[in-house]
Design a binder for this molecule. Structure first.
Ligand code: MG
Length: 339
């Protein structure tokens, strides 16, 4: 198989800001694998600087991954994904793009959508949240109005006015389910204090209150928090999960953190074995990237697959989250087409 790629730029409807900063233009990499008979599959890398990746590092890493595919059996998905992880550590978004493309190709050859190849029931998928990034009060109110169709909002926190943000959003959306994500911005005591204040606003759970490596801090917060705690930045791959038992209630899987669709499924199983809740999130991605995650969504408790819904210029047609309901494409493979 041959590996080709194209860098694309997409734009969010609003500048998208979290505790670490924001942007409105995002560079992604569309990856294609083509077999000797011309059959092909595709996937997307949505690199995050926080995890050491950019579109340029993805392209460089694809050059290192290509030789694995040249000699591989396209059906040996497990072997290939393990081999890709041996060739490069980290670089999760580059590897997950290749993994998605290989799964797309395999399911296309079988003539079934990927969820069917995996034996999953699309009706089991939870609703997806829609993310409200950090902004001024006027911006927050505007964003909540624009998100009217979504029954669950995920609110980005990690500012010096977190309670005010939640108060404004709760005012605009009195009946919606609200979740909050501090993106690692709090310390243990601040987290406990903030969660206490947020109890007046009917919050469903709290994502990543503390810096990634502060597992003992997470345990401290969880012991004092009436709300479930979900690990995101603290949990990249399945082997991160055992040490988080008792420190968090659940994990947030992302393909660009874990490096592939098979590792994502291992994370689901590992989390279940430790009695944890399972959520899946995303980066700013087009519907090509979101579709790869959507096919796994029947395995989840919570979904946050709004990456393409935040875009003004999604170049593809695939999974979407109309009214929060995850539509998993029913065409062969990932079921994604050019828009
Ligand atoms: Mg998060």
């Amino acid at each position: 198989m041959k590996l080709t790629h194209e860098i694309i730029a997409v734009h969010t409807k609003h500048a998208f800001t979290i505790a670490r900063g924001g942007a409105s233009e995002w560079r992604l990499v569309t990856v294609r694998v083509t077999d000797s008979d011309g059959a092909s599959g595709w996937g997307e890398a949505a690199p995050s600087r926080f995890y050491g990746e950019t579109a340029d590092t993805v392209v460089a890493i694809l050059g290192q991954l290509a030789p694995v595919l040249e000699r591989a059996d396209p059906w040996s998905l497990e072997t290939i994904e393990a081999e890709l992880a041996r060739v490069v550590r980290f670089n999760g978004s580059a590897r997950s793009a290749v993994s998605a493309a290989l799964h797309d190709l395999a399911a296309k050859r079988l003539g079934v959508p990927l969820y069917k190849m995996w034996g999953l029931d699309p009706k089991s998928a939870p609703l997806s949240s829609f993310t409200i990034g950090i902004g001024s009060e006027t911006e927050l109110r505007q964003k909540v109005k624009e998100a009217e169709q979504y029954p669950i909002l995920k609110v980005k926190l990690g500012t010096d006015r977190d309670e005010e943000i939640v108060r404004v959003i709760r005012e605009e959306a009195p009946d919606k389910i609200l979740r909050v994500d501090a993106n690692a911005a709090w310390n243990p005591k601040l987290a406990v204090r903030t969660i206490e204040r947020l109890m007046d606003y009917d919050i469903e759970f709290v994502e990543q209150p503390l810096p990634p490596h502060d597992v003992e801090g997470l345990r401290f917060v969880r012991e004092r928090s009436p709300l479930p705690i979900i690990a995101d930045e603290s949990c990249l791959v399945a082997s991160d999960i055992p040490k988080l038992e008792g420190a968090v209630d659940g994990i947030n899987i992302k393909l660009s953190k874990c490096g592939g669709l098979r590792e994502a499924q291992k994370m689901v199983s590992t989390a279940r074995a430790h009695g944890m809740l399972v959520m899946m999130g995303c980066m700013i991605e087009t519907s090509l990237g979101i579709s790869a995650a959507a096919h796994i969504s029947p395995l989840l408790d919570y979904a946050d697959l709004d990456g393409s819904a935040l875009l003004a210029d999604d170049p593809y047609k695939g999974a979407n989250i109309d009214d929060g309901k995850i539509f998993i494409p029913t065409g062969p493979g990932l079921g994604v087409e050019k828009g």
